[in-house]
Design a protein around this ligand. Sequence first.
Ligand SMILES: Cc1cc2nc3c(=O)[nH]c(=O)nc-3n(C[C@H](O)[C@H](O)[C@H](O)COP(=O)(O)OP(=O)(O)OC[C@H]3O[C@@H](n4cnc5c(N)ncnc54)[C@H](O)[C@@H]3O)c2cc1C
Length: 369
Amino acid sequence: MSVDASSPPDASRAGDADRAFAQDLLQPDIPLKDWNTFGFDVRARFGATVDSAEALRAVLRDTRVAGLPVHVLGGGSNIVLTGDLDALVLRIALRGRSIVSASDVVDDGRRVRVQAGAGEPWHAFVDWTLAQGCPGLENLALIPGTVGAAPVQNIGAYGVEIADFFDTLTAMDRQTGDIRRFDCADCRFGYRDSVFKQPGGERWIILSVTFSLPKQWAPRRAYADLDKVLQARQCTAPTPRDIFDAVVAVRQAKLPDPAVIGNAGSFFKNPVIDAAQWASLQAREPGLIAYPQTDGRYKLAAGWLIDQCGWKGRGIAAGSAARVHDRQALVLTNTGGATGHDVMQLAACIVDDVAARFGVRLEAEPLVL
Ligand SMILES: Cc1cc2nc3c(=O)[nH]c(=O)nc-3n(C[C@H](O)[C@H](O)[C@H](O)COP(=O)(O)OP(=O)(O)OC[C@H]3O[C@@H](n4cnc5c(N)ncnc54)[C@H](O)[C@@H]3O)c2cc1C
């Protein structure tokens, strides 16, 4: 990890220019309904959309927000807002994407590096990399949200996670204003996890991310749903664009569009259990869906566990607006007028039922505020 620049954003050092800058950006009593894909109708004491590191520093230094908790959002597609926030909510909107010039990095001739601002929409960025002739990220098409949030939970889908193609990122320390570079080891990526989700990690605000994409490309089509679409389209030798299109088709068929039904994608992580627990569960539940891991453990399909407990398409009560999606039991939805509290109550009932039947405790994937 290396420090690139430093400028503490403490309020006492705010100059007139900074104050005027922040004045325009900082909005009091801001509605967050359009800032979260569940569509929860809550407000924050202050909000700001920032599109540069300078704007970010100016807002963090503003005396009106001194001492307030700070929450960082991209597209709000992996959060549950359970009530109004007496906090500053920052929406990160730094844009820009480029192919990193070979003269800027040690070029081993085998990889191409692409960089994007944290506020770039993820799906459009993946589409753009393919248009530049830089494949690798196509299995991650149509994941909502921003480039800057992608490393936070090491987003993954269809056999790929961003750790596979990650190079470096830059992030600002919200307390000091220092900007640091993180490499793969610094990020400590795990399954839907990174240093940014660990205690203390929330102090870093990601500004840009660089990916390292292989010049020699091979399709990753091992996932049954993906392969089925490719076969139906008679794609025996798929191009990166074929994989991208197939992933989009599979996701559109399986997952609710947050623009239509509020949701945050998979609500629970797939639990990972040891081989002994897997063997005893497998003996009891022959239909158990489990994926062997390289460390000898097994990852269970959380959606299957939830479905077996009879939750698919259901809420706690008949008319509840917080419901499990009817096509994908891993997705909890706001069908209209539900609160974050309603969704968390539903989640708690599901966790209890799955624990009672399978002895496995599900863990929520989104950030709960
Ligand atoms: C329909 C649907 C499908 C989904 N499918 C998948 C999937 O297949 N795989 C998957 O992994 N996820 C999936 N998700 C979850 C979500 O899209 C990803 O986690 C995404 O990366 C979140 O991006 P965001 O910009 O919306 O982040 P937000 O929801 O705004 O924030 C998520 C977390 O990241 C932090 N954060 C955001 N931006 C920054 C930043 N610049 N610096 C520091 N911290 C930041 C926030 O504080 C928060 O902790 C899905 C969600 C939906 C709604």
